[in-house]
Design a protein around this ligand. Structure first.
Ligand SMILES: Cc1ncc(COP(=O)(O)O)c(C=O)c1O
Length: 385
């Protein structure tokens, strides 16, 4: 099959939602309990089991997960938090929600994750925490970063929005590599609940506080109140948030969790197939997987070398004209207006280059090999002058 015979657009990503998910959500709708309740509690238990964490707390998104993680780690007004600028803007926004300031750090040009060698120069007396991002599913250099953090007494939190099922040094992300890890269930992620997020931690006190803060700091949970045979009057000892997940979302997540290993295996297979086929184009640099890290391939991102026959945006447009949807690679937060005053652009040379030259190719669980061949074939055609 060639691109000439392509009759429908190949999307860059496609969530997989089957009959079991439909049935699970319908069951919740018919149960009469649609807000945070028994399904959320079960999803939390299963998620904690899957990643190997002592506690998992479900919330409305990864952005709200990050906000709660930062607040409960003690980040507040006047504090600085180090994070990569090569990330989705939610990473930095969550720091601002905690009334702190993001201080950006450049990335390693091979992995596109935060470069440990750039961290110490960014630490000041106001630095309180490091927010590590496992970009598009590839684990960052957690050990090196934690070693620096412990020398300076800094908390480490993982933005694991994209890293469900990824592994670092033989353990899944979400196990206590750090204080807390925050996941996303947005439809661009491998496991989706429509919108949704999860925080995992080994610390019981933190988990309890997060559970309270996600529902206005209410002293008693809805579940406890509803199942009590005595009258329960709750109190609200501090200002909290409404960051709850619904039982409909959790029901979806429970089914998706059962499919997760299969979805990751399929993605890894397709990613390896891309890398093998694309090796013939010396102008396209495939993603790397350092030893000790296992990528979930939430996305398959390639980088255009200087020798590329066309620019990144030309390549994306030509592919779109042929029915193949792609996305630019990861954004650079410091280029967006709310953050553009923080440091001069030239301060992040690796980020600048990665954000301008990377492209995300279609990759999803149900992608067929024929569809993937169309993408590869299209790139082959475009690589000929
Ligand atoms: C690195 C990163 N952090 C945070 C988020 C925010 O996740 P959510 O949409 O669940 O709030 C995303 C979403 O794409 C992300 O990629």
């Amino acid at each position: 099959m060639s691109t000439a015979t392509l009759t429908k657009t190949i999307p860059v990503a496609r969530p997989f939602i089957g009959r079991e998910e439909e049935a699970a959500v319908l069951e919740v709708l018919r149960s009469g309990w649609v807000s945070q309740g028994p399904r959320v509690a079960e999803f939390e238990r299963r998620f904690a089991e899957y990643v190997g964490a002592a506690h998992a707390i479900a919330v409305s998104s990864c952005t709200t997960a990050l906000h709660l993680a930062l607040v409960t780690a003690g980040v507040g007004p006047g504090d600085e938090v180090l994070c990569p600028t090569l990330s989705f803007i939610a990473t930095a926004n969550s720091i601002r929600y905690a009334a702190a300031a993001p201080v950006f750090v450049d990335v390693d040009p091979a992995t596109y994750n935060m470069d440990p060698a750039c961290i110490e120069a960014a630490i000041t007396p106001r630095t309180r925490a490091i927010l590590i991002v496992h970009q598009i599913g590839l684990p960052a250099a957690i050990s090196e970063i934690c070693e620096i953090a412990s020398r300076y007494g800094l908390a480490v939190i993982e933005d694991a929005a994209c890293a469900i099922g990824s592994e670092y040094q033989g353990r899944r992300i979400g196990q206590p590599h750090t204080l807390m890890a925050c996941f996303s269930f947005h439809p661009r992620k491998i496991l989706t609940t429509g919108e949704g997020g999860m925080i995992t931690t080994a610390d019981e006190k933190l988990a309890d506080r997060i559970r309270k803060l996600r529902q206005h700091a209410m002293s008693v949970s809805d579940l406890t109140r509803h199942s009590s045979s005595q009258i329960v009057t709750e109190s609200y000892p501090e200002v909290g948030f409404n960051y709850r997940m619904t039982d409909m979302q959790a029901a979806l997540g429970l089914v998706q969790l059962q499919r997760l290993d299969d979805m990751i295996a399929r993605r890894r297979y397709l990613a390896a197939r891309y890398s093998e086929a694309l090796a013939q184009f010396e102008w396209l640099l495939p993603p790397v997987e350092p030893s000790g890290s296992r990528h979930n391939f939430q996305s398959y991102m390639v980088r255009l070398a200087d020798s590329a026959p066309l620019s990144r945006d030309q390549l994306m447009q030509e592919m779109l004209d042929r029915g193949i949807s792609t996305r630019r690679g990861i954004m650079a937060i410091h280029r967006e207006s709310p953050y553009s005053d923080r440091r001069p652009t030239s301060y992040f040379p690796e980020t600048e280059s990665v954000t301008d030259n990377c492209i995300i190719l279609p990759l999803f669980h149900t992608m067929t090999e024929e569809e993937q061949d169309c993408v590869i074939d299209c790139i082959r055609q475009l690589s000929q002058p």
